[in-house]
Design a protein around this ligand. Structure first.
Ligand code: ADP
Ligand code: MG
Length: 339
C-alpha cells in the first residue's frame, strides 16, 4: 500500500539536520566557539576530553541568555541573528541559520548554563537527544557555558566512524586556530585532558599568529595592506624561504570568517611565482574585507565556502597586493630560480 506523506517530528528533523552540521567533535567546537564570538565574549575557554568524544565544553563571558532565550536557542531555526530574508544579504555574525544548537542537542547530551548581566540568577538546561530533562535556576557567572557529552550517543554508525583521538584532536585544533586567528582581540584557552594546549591573551594580529604558530614565525611574516573600493586586504604572508611542504599554514578569512577557496589560493600562490622551491607552499594569514552584500555565505551549512560577486577582480587585487608586499621587502625572484 502506498504510504501517505507526513511531516517529520522535530526531533527526527533535527537529527537529519545534525548530519549536515555536525560531522565530528570539531564541528561542535566550531559552532560553540562561533556562538561565543557572536555573543561578544572577551574570553573563551575550550575544554576537551578524549578528542571531544567524551566532552566538548565552551565557556564564555559574553552576553548570556535569559531563561526563555536559553530554552528557545535549542529549537531549530531559532536565532537572534537574523529575522527576515533581506538579512541574509548582510550577515555580520558567524551564525544565522539557528540550527547548530538544535542539531547538537539532537545527537548528544547537552548541558547549558547561562546568565545575562541584568539578572542575578542564571539558568541551567539539560537536554538528551532533543528531550529537555531538566531546567532549573542556577548560580553562574554572566555568559554561557555549554558542555556537549557523548556525541552521537544515539547514532552508533557515526560514533564508530570517528577517527583516532589524534586525528579528531587535530581537527579540533584546526577549528580552534581558525577562530582564534580571526579574533586576536578575544582571549582564547584550550585544554585537552587537563593539559593546556593554547593560552592566547588578547593581542594584535602579529602576536596572535606568533602565539599560535610559535615564536619562530615572527621573523618570517611580511605585512600585506591593500585598500580598494571593492575590498580591503590586510594580514601577513610568509617569506618564500620559509615555505613549507604542507599547506598547514594557509589561512584566508573573508569578513573574519575562515573560508576555503581554491581559486583565490591560486592567486596567492601565483604571486610567489619564481620565488618558491619546488613543491613548497607559502604561509599566509590574509584577511579580506568586502561589503557583505557582495558575497553569499549561505551555500553550505558549515559556511566554509562562499560565493563572490566578482571573483576575477578579487583575484587580481589579491595577487598584486601580495606581489607588492614581497617587492617592498626586497623579495624578488633570484636568478637561480629563473627558468
Ligand atoms: P545561530 O548561531 O545560527 O543563531 P545556534 O543554534 O548556534 O544558531 O544558536 C541559536 C541562538 O542561541 C543564537 O542565535 C543565540 O541567540 C543563542 N546563543 C547560542 N550560543 C550562545 C552563547 N554562547 N551566548 C549567548 N547566546 C547564545
Ligand atoms: Mg551558531
Amino acid at each position: 500500500m502506498k504510504r501517505r506523506i507526513q511531516l517529520l517530528p522535530d526531533h527526527v528533523a533535527n537529527q537529519i539536520a545534525a548530519g549536515e552540521v555536525v560531522q565530528r567533535p570539531a564541528s561542535v567546537v566550531k559552532e560553540l566557539i562561533e556562538n561565543a564570538v557572536d555573543a561578544n565574549a572577551q574570553h573563551i575557554n575550550l575544554l576537551v576530553k578524549d578528542a571531544g568524544k567524551t566532552l566538548v565544553q565552551v565557556i564564555d563571558d559574553g552576553d548570556g541568555m535569559t531563561d526563555t532565550d536559553a530554552r528557545l536557542s535549542l529549537e531549530r531555526h531559532a536565532t537572534s541573528k537574523i529575522s527576515k530574508a533581506e538579512d541574509l544579504f548582510k550577515i555580520h555574525t558567524k551564525g544565522f541559520r539557528g540550527e547548530a544548537l538544535a542539531s547538537i542537542a539532537a545527537i548528544a547530551h547537552l548541558e547549558m548554563k547561562s546568565k545575562t548581566d541584568d539578572s542575578d540568577i542564571g539558568v541551567q538546561i539539560n537536554v538528551e537527544g532533543s528531550e529537555v530533562s531538566q531546567q532549573i535556576p542556577t548560580v553562574t557567572p554572566t555568559g554561557t557555558s555549554i558542555a556537549v557529552k557523548n556525541l552521537f550517543f544515539n547514532i552508533p554508525a557515526r560514533r564508530n566512524f570517528l577517527k583516532s583521538d589524534s586525528v579528531e584532536l587535530k581537527h579540533i585544533i584546526d577549528e580552534f586556530q581558525r577562530v582564534a586567528l580571526a579574533h586576536p582581540d578575544i582571549s582564547f584557552k584550550m585544554i585537552h585532558n587537563g593539559n593546556e594546549l593554547f593560552n592566547l591573551p588578547q593581542s594584535n594580529l602579529r602576536q596572535r599568529i606568533v602565539g599560535i604558530m610559535g615564536s619562530k614565525s615572527n621573523e618570517k611574516l611580511v605585512p600585506v595592506n591593500e585598500d580598494t573600493d571593492l575590498i580591503k586586504i590586510r594580514g601577513f604572508i610568509g617569506k618564500p624561504e620559509f615555505a613549507k611542504r604542507s599547506r598547514g599554514e594557509q589561512f584566508f578569512f573573508v569578513n573574519n570568517r575562515f573560508i576555503k577557496n581554491n581559486y583565490l589560493n591560486h592567486a596567492i600562490t601565483m604571486a610567489y611565482e619564481g620565488l618558491l622551491k619546488d613543491k613548497t607552499h607559502p604561509s599566509y594569514f590574509l584577511y579580506l574585507e568586502i561589503d557583505s552584500e557582495r558575497i553569499d555565505i549561505n551555500i553550505h551549512p558549515t559556511k566554509t565556502e562562499i560565493k563572490f560577486d566578482d571573483q576575477h577582480a578579487i583575484y587580481s587585487i589579491l595577487q598584486s597586493a601580495i606581489k607588492h608586499s614581497l617587492g617592498q621587502f626586497n623579495i624578488a625572484p633570484s636568478l637561480d630560480f629563473e627558468k
